[in-house]
Design a protein around this ligand. Structure first.
Ligand SMILES: Cc1ncc(COP(=O)(O)O)c(C=O)c1O
Length: 422
């Protein structure tokens, strides 16, 4: 690890948390240079929903390279992009009776967010944006302005103007946040300017696995329609099947004006971001939002393969079934340690176990890593253990990972309880 410690910036994070050098990965497992196997419950923070080196995607990319397929093309028309667009339209959009134009932005999720914010502001000629407590939308300037966690924000490099943060669903127990949002929008004395857009994650991932209810999502959409506000859904982490359906907003039957997809859209972990725009809102002028890498053809090739998973509902059914295994395992843990009040929540294959004490969560992550499981934390104080396995994980590997997590949890909590009672 010396090279990283000596020469890589202090900003590095995961190599500190999981201090070993990884060499290869397959399916739901990573291997380090000592050939130690680690089960992956992090999945590249949601960018490896189909696992590592999915053979179907990998072979398509290798074939494309072998045939000297074009790799970098700015936004020229390429056969790889055409194949992706055609499949995305027929398999993903038309089967859901959705109609969107596709904008390929720079490859990071944050760049897709920047594009969506700019477009919403251009369309409405308004600048305010409503974002929510717990939101995470990325760390470039515009995306950071609508990201809630003060760990990332700093008065000196992000403007707090033109953004109003309002309470997400369930932010306060028994508090009707919809009524508050309605009042804030309609009351000229609320201090909240009529926004260009409301932006939300249907399940806040980095914010601590906060699942918005169907009713809440529908009410937000109704409010947007009533006041002529655009609805932007950030599907970067919980889209691409993570919650059990291709789009996480499907369960609520809502129709966002703009949708941002990234991370797993390319399937193989190759960088690619996509903004879906309702046709009537495609008000861009040619070249108005560009980016050198807005046409990653290797990503298009892999992404066209990834779409094949959605030609039937087999993957969806499997996600729901595997998600129930995770829920049962976390539920059992929570009921065994009532003193530390672990709270379990999630949907599909994104789950969190919240513990009051962040130190305990860190110890669980560390203990799990020693046992061969990579699992991350999220939430306001990094006190939620976040379970994010590949959607294609084999049931036996998922069970093995859950057993490791249970052992880590037991060892850390038994230790904490002994200290507390001793
Ligand atoms: C919901 C959400 N939005 C935006 C982003 C930013 O994406 P990127 O890190 O690719 O810029 C992330 C990244 O984790 C995310 O989870």
């Amino acid at each position: 690890m010396n090279v990283f410690e000596q020469f890589e910036s202090e900003v590095r994070l995961y190599s500190r948390i999981f201090p070993t050098v990884f060499t290869r990965a397959k399916g739901a497992c990573l291997f380090d240079e000592h050939d130690r196997r680690f089960i992956d419950f992090l999945s590249g923070a949601g960018s490896l929903n189909y696992g590592h080196n999915n053979p179907q995607f990998k072979h398509a990319v290798l074939r494309y390279l072998e045939e000297d397929g074009i790799t970098q093309s700015l936004d020229l028309a390429t056969s790889a992009k055409r194949q992706f667009i055609e499949r995305f339209r027929s398999v993903i959009l038309e089967t859901r009776a959705l109609d969107y134009k596709l904008q390929f932005t720079g490859p990071t999720g944050a760049n897709g967010i920047e594009a969506a914010l700019k477009l919403a502001r251009k369309i409405t000629n308004r600048s305010n944006i409503i974002a929510f407590t717990g939101a995470f939308h990325g760390l470039s300037a515009g995306a950071l302005s609508i990201t809630a966690n003060t760990f990332y924000r700093n008065e000196s490099y992000v403007s707090r103007s033109n953004v109003s943060f309002l309470p997400f669903d369930g932010y306060l127990d028994k508090f009707d946040s919809i009524e508050y949002v309605r009042k804030a929008i309609s009351d000229p004395c609320s201090g909240v300017d009529l926004p260009a857009a409301v932006i939300l994650e249907t399940v806040q991932a980095d914010g601590g696995i906060n699942v918005a209810s169907v009713e809440w999502l529908r009410s937000i959409e109704d409010l947007c329609r009533e006041y002529g506000i655009l609805l932007i859904v950030d599907e970067i982490q919980v889209g691409n099947g993570r919650t059990g359906t291709y789009f996480s907003f499907e369960r609520a039957g809502i129709r966002p004006d703009l949708v941002v997809l990234s991370k797993s859209v390319s399937g193989l972990g190759l960088p690619m971001t996509l903004v879906l725009i309702r046709p009537e809102w495609d008000r861009w002028s040619p070249g108005e939002h560009t980016g050198t890498f807005r046409g990653n053809n290797l990503a298009f090739v892999a992404a066209a393969e990834a779409i094949c998973y959605w030609q039937d509902d087999q993957l969806s059914q499997s996600i729901v079934r595997l998600g129930q295994l995770v829920a049962t395992s976390l539920g059992n843990l929570a009921s065994r340690y009532p003193k530390v009040r672990p709270r379990c929540r999630g949907l599909g294959l994104i789950w969190g176990l919240e513990i009051d004490d962040p130190k305990v969560a860190i110890d669980i992550r560390e203990n799990a890593f020693q046992r061969g499981l990579i699992v991350e934390l999220c939430g306001a104080r990094d006190n939620v253990v976040k379970i994010l396995p590949p959607l294609t994980i084999e049931e036996s590997v998922l069970r093995e990972g859950l057993t490791i997590l249970e052992s880590a949890f037991e060892q850390v909590l038994d230790h904490v309880t002994t200290i507390a009672s001793g």
